[in-house]
Design a protein around this ligand. Structure first.
Ligand SMILES: [Zn+2]
Length: 456
């Protein structure tokens, strides 16, 4: 309480507010946020010319050269070693991960992976399923090009992968699949037949990752995704029907939170800050409504896997969330576990909360936050996280760092190229023990220092 009383001497009002907040927190029932990581091991890789799907990845090979991608043993084995490293990180640190693989990676497993000493002599899929069952759930993922969900589930099963009943990504407002083979997510209800394995029928229970069909472009992309931390039983494939809970339907839709907010190009502080901000908003009781089931999935995007320090950054995200996990405000859970909590603890109460009403919009920045190169921070004082907002007159490299009162840097939050326009950056503060911080935002054309009080 030493630091606290020092703060009280300086800021009586702040302390009064803090006391009120603590009282209110203990008086109400806690609404936790259920969190997991997820990955799509995509069908596409750079042998198709889709070089943007993979970064930090070996010397680039010429597009369309053969063999390449997972069909190349060297590439496959590199990806396999990252997969192993990430599973070790998630498992040893007590987090949860839904690993969702498409066909091509599995074909690589079939061709090249006979198991080795690092995986107890098992292929990586079998090892994930048998030696990581406390941490990793394996879901099928398919783009329905020449193999569908049933084929991927069959392949996972034949490799020893014990696939879940989760559809790892689907089109919510149109068909998926091609030509005469097209079907909608509603067909998952009665089970779909494989295209490569027509004798196999796969009947999943949970829909996750609602990608929207873009009518203008004539394809499913991420423009009209359903962004929600909620869960319900959707009625049909129409715009309103999907967003209507129908308790008579068998399939459950589980939201993934806000996928664009946790893109893997961000720092651990930014990713954890996003999750923490949402967990905090669930304690405030204003919006989103408390007492419902909330879910958030953090993207461990395959295209960044081979970037240096990737597993270490994942470990840091888990460490930053740890204080919240210890308080029960964040709970690690796989997709299937989240749905079972919704069924038992929340008695299937539907939660159609749209992420568009996001927490950042509820935070007030000062009036000049729209002025070019003016840096605004909120809330201040902060407790678990702070948002930094600024507008760049032109694109430039921006560095954000935190300093103690002696001017010594205690954390480097960001050092990256940003485009012109407004930017909002979240910084998680839970791991810092300091009550006073200086926050510096600097670019080639400006440098601003702001003082920040942290309530401890
Ligand atoms: Zn995909």
């Amino acid at each position: 309480m030493k630091r606290f009383s020092f703060l009280c001497g300086v800021l009586i009002l702040v302390c009064a507010m803090q006391q009120m907040r603590l009282t209110r927190l203990s008086a109400q029932t806690m609404t936790p946020l259920y969190v997991n990581f997820f990955t799509h091991n995509e069908e596409r890789d750079y042998c198709t010319g889709q070089t943007t799907d993979i970064y930090c990845y070996f010397p680039p090979v010429a597009a369309k050269s053969q063999p390449c991608g997972y069909q190349d043993q060297t590439v496959f084995l590199r990806l396999r070693s990252v997969l192993k490293e990430l599973a070790d990180t998630v498992r040893t640190k007590g987090a949860k991960w839904n690993w969702e693989s498409d066909w091509v990676f599995l074909a690589g497993v079939r061709s090249f992976d006979k198991g080795d000493a690092t995986t107890a002599g098992k292929n990586i899929v079998k090892w994930l399923a048998e030696n990581n069952s406390s941490a990793v759930e394996i879901d099928a993922h398919a783009h329905e090009s020449s193999y569908n969900y049933a084929d991927v589930a069959f392949m996972l099963d034949s490799l020893g992968g014990k696939p879940s009943k989760v559809v790892g990504g689907f089109t919510w407002n149109f068909t998926q699949g091609n030509g005469g083979s097209a079907y909608t997510w509603m067909d998952f209800d009665k089970g779909i037949q494989g295209w490569k394995y027509p004798n196999f029928t796969w009947k999943p229970d949970i829909l996750w990752g609602a990608a929207g069909y873009n009518r203008r472009r004539g394809q499913t992309d991420h423009t009209y995704d359903v962004e929600t931390p909620g869960v319900w039983r959707p009625r049909d494939t129409s715009e309103t029907g999907f967003k209507t809970h129908d308790p008579t339907k068998r399939l459950v839709f589980l939201g993934n939170g806000y996928s664009k907010a946790n893109d893997s190009s961000k720092t651990a502080e930014q990713i954890a800050g996003e999750i923490i901000a949402f967990a905090d908003s669930l304690q405030q009781g204003t919006k989103p409504p408390t007492g419902r089931s909330y879910s958030y999935s953090i993207d461990l995007h395959q295209k960044f896997w081979a970037c240096p320090g990737y597993a270490a950054r994942t470990a840091r995200v888990i460490d930053l969330l740890k204080p919240y996990v210890q308080q029960g405000r964040i709970i690690w859970a796989t997709n299937t576990e989240k749905v079972s909590v919704w069924k038992t603890q929340y008695k299937e109460q539907p939660n159609l909360y749209p992420y568009a009403q996001n927490v950042v919009s509820g935070i007030r920045f000062d009036a000049s936050s729209g002025t070019p190169n003016h840096v605004s921070i909120a809330p201040n004082p902060a407790s678990e996280q702070v948002f930094v907002q600024f507008r760049l007159a032109r694109s430039e490299r921006v560095k954000i760092s935190l300093y103690n009162v002696l001017g010594q840097e205690v954390a480097s939050v960001m050092d990256s190229e940003l485009g012109e326009g407004e930017h909002t950056v979240n910084i998680a503060l839970g791991h810092l023990s300091l009550s006073f911080l200086l926050l510096r935002v600097s670019g080639a054309s400006f440098s601003q220092m702001q003082s920040l009080q942290v309530l401890r």
